[in-house]
Design a protein around this ligand. Structure first.
Ligand code: NAD
Length: 448
């Protein structure tokens, strides 16, 4: 079995590392942030991801070793996955600082190794980056030639936070962009061995095409959500219309499929926004303005504004009102709040003078780091609702599904609920409280 190393232990690197180790591979992993690395070493991931802790504890100090420098990781492996972050700069372009640094370090480490080595870029990068930045940096720092002395692939990652372990173990498909046949062949062999009889389809292509595929995937998904949110906003103008029915129907069309058709507060998470921005600026710099992608972003921003308008319509003014926000994570089953629409909504409510109380089963510690002033954190959903003038269901956590109409009526000052994730039954709730939901027109007159 090949020995594997990972550089950068965020959700992608750490989830992949524990999965490879759990399958019996010898894995060395380097995370440059010492506090994150120490926490991982202690057997506790520094972020929440279902099953990650159990996988880490099963593999830590056995097949998985967290090492303290790049060289130790690279020299004790045959294949190195680069899994560092590729955030956006202020102007929207991709920030390649971490990738550049990692490539230089890998080059320096590889200088001390004689045997062939495969470098696999997993981080999402704009087309051309692997060949024009990673390759020359490794060549310069090793003094060796790509395709001859070391090998290079781009292999995008499609895992979803909240489902990351399963997605690494059972991906829908694998994309391999190889610098040459030998590079692609080495990575194919690894995945053949990793997945055995469950090997998903592998799409082999050149590196820039593979780099673009990741952006195509993310921008498609974000656009699909923005499309259904647009339908939701139209539904709200039509008495009796319901976007969930629209989604259910169109989802049955095999050209569309039912996934990513949940209308809501908008998409969030660390990737969609920065990847859309990166591709928009990348294209514009090359003389093409991708207006569809710009509209996808704009539509997402507007979902916050429309939600604020719904609150204003009911409360008349927001200033001084107590607003309960249920859910802070960008989606359930994660404590990740990066680009969370819920956080943006809280910030906007605060700007308008609301007194916000928020509750989330997992994401409060992360939220405290960015939003500390003027926000109350509750210990439970019920506590969050107490004495509020209006409640907003912002993240569809399982535990919020258990709330009953009485919980809102008995705890809130004025029972107004804005369901931004379509978690509740309109007929049941609207009998007892003022229930407003995304993508739902006013209750229609019963038809004869
Ligand atoms: P992240 O930023 O959360 O984590 C990256 C880690 O790499 C950080 O902990 C950082 O300290 C570390 N790091 C940076 N430079 C380093 C270096 N030189 N040596 C060692 N460690 C270093 O990123 P992430 O969310 O895990 O994503 C990684 C990449 O994968 C990104 O390009 C992202 O776009 C892509 N991706 C992310 C997801 C996701 O859901 N998070 C899904 C698919 C693809």
């Amino acid at each position: 079995m090949k020995k594997i190393s990972f550089i950068g232990l965020g959700p992608v690197g750490l989830c992949m590392a524990v999965c490879f180790a759990a399958k019996g591979y010898q894995v060395t992993a380097f995370e440059k942030d010492a506090s994150k690395a120490n926490q991982i070493k202690s057997g506790e991931p520094y972020f929440y991801e279902p099953h990650l802790e159990e996988f880490l504890q099963k593999t830590q100090n056995k097949n998985l070793r967290i090492v303290t420098n790049n060289e130790e990781a690279v020299l004790q492996s045959d294949i190195t996955f680069i899994t560092v972050g590729t955030p956006a700069k202020r102007n929207g372009t991709i920030n390649l600082r971490y990738l550049t640094e990692a490539s230089k370090e890998i080059g320096k480490s590889l200088k001390k190794k004689k045997e062939a080595h495969l470098i696999v870029v997993k981080s999402t990068v704009t087309p051309g980056t692997t060949q024009n930045i990673v390759k020359p940096l490794v060549e310069k720092n090793t003094g060796r030639k790509c395709g001859k002395d070391f090998f290079l692939c781009f292999n995008p990652e499609f895992l979803r936070e909240g489902n990351a372990i399963k997605d690494v173990l059972e991906p829908d498909y694998i994309v391999i962009g190889g610098y040459n046949q030998k590079s692609a062949g080495m990575l194919k062999e690894l995945y053949n061995e990793f997945h055995k009889e469950h090997l998903p389809s592998i799409i082999q292509t050149n590196i820039p095409t593979a780099e673009l595929m990741k952006y195509a995937n993310n921008t498609f998904l974000a656009t699909k959500i923005s499309l259904i949110n647009t339908m939701a906003n139209i539904c709200e103008k039509i008495p009796g219309a319901d976007v969930t029915k629209v989604a259910e129907a169109i989802g049955k069309d095999h050209r569309i499929n039912p996934h990513f058709l949940n209308a809501g507060l908008g998409w969030g998470g660390s990737c969609f926004r920065k990847d859309l921005q990166a591709l928009i600026t990348f294209s514009k710099e090359r003389g093409y303005r991708p207006m569809l992608l710009e509209a996808t972003c704009r539509a997402n921003d507007l979902q916050i504004k429309f939600t604020i308008e719904k609150i204003k319509e009911k409360l008349k003014k927001i200033d001084g009102k107590r607003i309960a926000v249920l859910g802070l994570a960008f989606k359930p089953n994660t404590d990740d709040i990066r680009e969370s629409q819920s956080i943006k909504l809280v910030e906007q409510l605060q700007k308008e003078g609301a007194k916000v109380t928020a509750y989330d089963p997992m994401a409060i510690p992360n939220t405290r780091k960015t939003l500390d002033k003027g926000i109350n954190y509750a210990l439970s959903a019920i506590e969050c609702l107490k004495n509020s003038d209006c409640a907003i269901l912002a993240t569809e956590w399982e535990e919020f599904k258990k709330l009953k109409p009485e919980d809102f009526v008995q705890n809130m000052k004025t029972p107004i609920l804005i369901d931004c994730r379509r978690l509740y039954n309109q007929e049941k709730l609207s009998k007892q409280l003022c229930y407003i939901a995304i993508g739902l027109g006013e209750l229609a007159e019963p038809q004869l």
